[in-house]
Design a protein around this ligand. Structure first.
Ligand code: ATP
Length: 350
């Protein structure tokens, strides 16, 4: 039965003995949203997903689905479907039988099952493979089969744990676009775990960034990219990651490597800060911060230039690397609006 599919996590704590995997998590996910849980390995994403699925108990806090408290409900009572990284297909069953399995378990009649299986398989583009067994499918086809098995029940909530990580790079990009299309078509809420920030950025309506068992920022991918809440988030989002440099602030200018450059949002602030500048926001100019080019990674249409600035290695992304050479001394500047300022001690955005 399809319902609206909102999720609310309130103060959820998860302990494993003396180790705390989640420290009082709060999250609100809206109906029909594609919501990514993004963070480094071990930050608590999978634990959160398993708690939503009912596969893991909580040590404290509440889980609400569509305003019903399901904190202690069994997985089968939650009307959610989970797709694992490993797909977990039954090898001895055909694709059709795999997809039909959840319906069989809930006692749906055979004729109705066939209809639903065809429909679900068609939606993910494997309608022609129904008679095969999982061992006779490619990785991408297995992944679709797992998805079809999840959507066949029309759950109110989909939980996907790194569903694309077993696919090669090209297929991953194609499949994530398809997942997005499918989610829109079904109008279902998706909670999607990934450690790949580019994947989260491209598929999610909103995302939560996890670090060490805490959600450190929630927002749209663009919003988080443009205004990371801390230096840690800034260095996790964007490729290559943001350069973070110790600097001094005075009179609306930042002082670094003997150069003074204007920065936006610095009026009235003084003292030591961490300056963040994305690689794509740095450019070579006639004057500015002195740096030496150490290495040029040519990507074809652009290049990543590694430079040494005040004893630290930084990266610049440019489409004009033709005139640059390793060993060359240059000056770097950035647009005043492209500077991010963080507290040097707490790392929080200023
Ligand atoms: P990954 O991307 O590697 O899957 P994750 O962000 O999904 O990481 P979780 O799987 O949620 O991380 O794990 C969070 C933390 O909880 C990790 O440090 C993990 O080692 C720990 N953990 C998970 N399950 C247990 C357990 N049963 N006993 C002890 N610690 C556990």
């Amino acid at each position: 039965m399809s319902q609206s599919g909102s999720v609310r996590i309130e103060g959820v704590v998860k302990k494993h003995g003396s180790f705390t995997a989640l420290h009082g998590l709060d999250l609100d996910i809206r109906p029909g949203e594609f919501f990514a849980l993004l963070g480094p390995s071990g930050s608590g994403k999978t634990t959160t997903l398993r708690i939503l699925a009912g596969l893991e108990s909580v040590s404290a806090g509440r889980v609400m689905l569509d305003d019903a408290d399901v904190t202690h409900a069994d997985p089968g009572e939650r009307d959610v479907a989970m797709v694992f990284q490993s797909y977990a297909l039954y090898p001895h069953m055909t694709v059709a039988e795999n997809i039909a399995f959840p319906l069989k378990m809930t006692g749906v009649a055979a004729a109705q099952r066939d209809e639903a299986v065809k429909d679900a398989a068609g939606k993910v583009g494997i309608g022609h493979l129904l008679a095969r067994r999982p061992g006779q499918l490619s990785g991408g086809q297995q992944q679709r089969c797992a998805l079809a098995r999840a959507i066949v029940r029309k759950p109110r909530l989909f939980l996907l744990d790194e569903p694309l990580s077993n696919l090669d790079a090209k297929l991953r990009i194609e499949t994530r676009a398809e997942l997005r299309r499918l989610q829109r078509e079904l109008g279902v809420t998706v909670v999607y775990v990934t450690h790949d920030q580019e994947e989260a950025m491209t598929v999610a309506d909103r995302m939560a960034v996890f670090m060490e068992g805490r959600v450190v920022q929630v927002g749209t991918p663009k919003g988080i990219y443009l205004r990371p809440a801390s230096a840690a988030v800034a260095s996790f989002i964007g490729t290559p990651p943001m350069n973070l440099l110790p600097a001094a602030l005075a009179d609306g200018q930042v002082e670094l490597a003997g150069a003074r450059l204007p920065v936006e949002g610095a009026a009235g602030r003084h003292g030591n800060v961490t300056l963040g500048v994305r690689p794509g926001d740095l450019r070579i100019a006639a004057d500015g911060m002195p740096a030496q080019i150490e290495f040029i990674e040519d990507l074809g249409d652009s290049a990543i230039v590694l430079l040494r600035l005040a004893g630290q290695q930084i990266k610049m992304k440019t489409e004009q690397a033709q005139s640059l050479a390793e060993g060359q001394q240059v000056f770097l500047r950035f647009d005043p609006a492209a500077a991010h300022l963080f507290d040097q001690d707490s790392g929080m955005r200023l």
